[in-house]
Design a protein around this ligand. Structure first.
Ligand code: GLN
Length: 285
């Protein structure tokens, strides 16, 4: 029989050794896994009840989750949620796990959407809806549309919309722009797939478990970005902005593609690691 604090310490140790996680991450993940099986447990509860013993059924459930994590499954898919922009999103293997780096894209969009105006905003390839929902909640006057080609992804986005009580968001199944009926937008954002199909990273870490269609896009990773940039001008109002997340080494190409498509004021913005991660341009005229 082990006490709760001992379970957490042992799990942290295994996560450290097997997955080579930093100690602080291993500790947080051990807590998240135990909280996923103990409905009453906040982090404070776990600490306050550290000397207590776990019931056998909870022990068994915890061991199952820990084993999945030790086999490499992403923590977000095991516990079914991930925080993004201060909000909690449901996730499943049908959607990309929201990354903190993508907050750069949300902030770039918010900077272009006046708080009091009914701007029309489009999020392409919304997945869990993290980007669209963050924007919609922070800009309640905006009318946000979020599309995805995957119905299972849209179902997750729909649950997040409902859980977070988002009123100003429409979800649409569409393969990029093909399902739109001539609507025009003031801001279009996307975190499209942008990894090369040949990139070794696809076979490592969390990426192995995430939907390939949300990650990989052609030989140089730029197929989706090229497609979106080429088509976007027809779907933007005059002076409208297109803002795209891209790979760590793609900002120059993204800038070039935007300029070639007639966008002006083209600019790249850094993520938390100071890597140029988002490139934006304005539709002229
Ligand atoms: N940022 C993710 C990664 O490199 C990829 C996300 C994407 O392709 N849109 O892990």
């Amino acid at each position: 029989m082990k006490q709760i604090s001992q379970y957490l310490a042992d799990a942290q140790q295994q996560l450290l050794q097997v997955l080579a996680l930093p100690a602080s991450t291993a500790r947080i993940e051990a807590q998240l896994l135990l909280r996923a099986v103990l409905p009453m447990a906040t982090r404070a509860w776990l600490i306050a009840h550290g000397n207590e013993y776990l019931d056998a059924e909870y022990q068994a459930a915890f061991e199952v989750l820990l084993k999945r994590r030790l086999e490499g499954e992403p923590i977000a898919y095991i516990v079914g949620v991930r925080d993004f922009y201060g909000l909690q999103f449901k996730v499943s293997p049908a959607v990309l796990i929201p990354r903190a780096d993508t907050e750069t894209l949300v902030e770039a969009a918010l900077a272009k959407i006046p708080i009091e105006k009914p701007y029309k905003v489009l999020d392409m390839g919304t997945g869990s809806g993290a980007i669209a929902i963050s924007i919609a909640l922070l800009r309640p006057q905006a009318q946000v549309m979020a599309l995805d080609t995957s119905l299972t992804a849209l179902q997750i986005a729909g649950e997040n919309k409902q859980n977070l009580a988002v009123k100003n968001l429409t979800l649409l199944q569409s393969d990029w722009f093909s399902g739109l009926n001539g609507e025009k937008f003031d801001v279009i954002v996307s975190n499209p797939p942008y990894i090369s199909v040949q990139d070794i990273h696809l076979t490592q870490g969390d990426l192995r478990f995430e939907p390939l269609q949300a990650l990989a896009s052609g030989k140089d990773g730029l197929d989706s970005i090229r497609h979106i940039i080429t088509e976007a001008p027809q779907h933007l109002n005059a002076q409208g902005w297109l803002m795209l997340e891209h790979g760590y080494d793609q900002s120059a190409q993204a800038q070039q593609l935007l300029s070639a498509a007639g966008f002006v004021e083209v600019v790249s913005l850094p993520d938390l690691a100071r890597i140029l991660r988002v490139t934006a341009g304005k539709r002229q005229g």
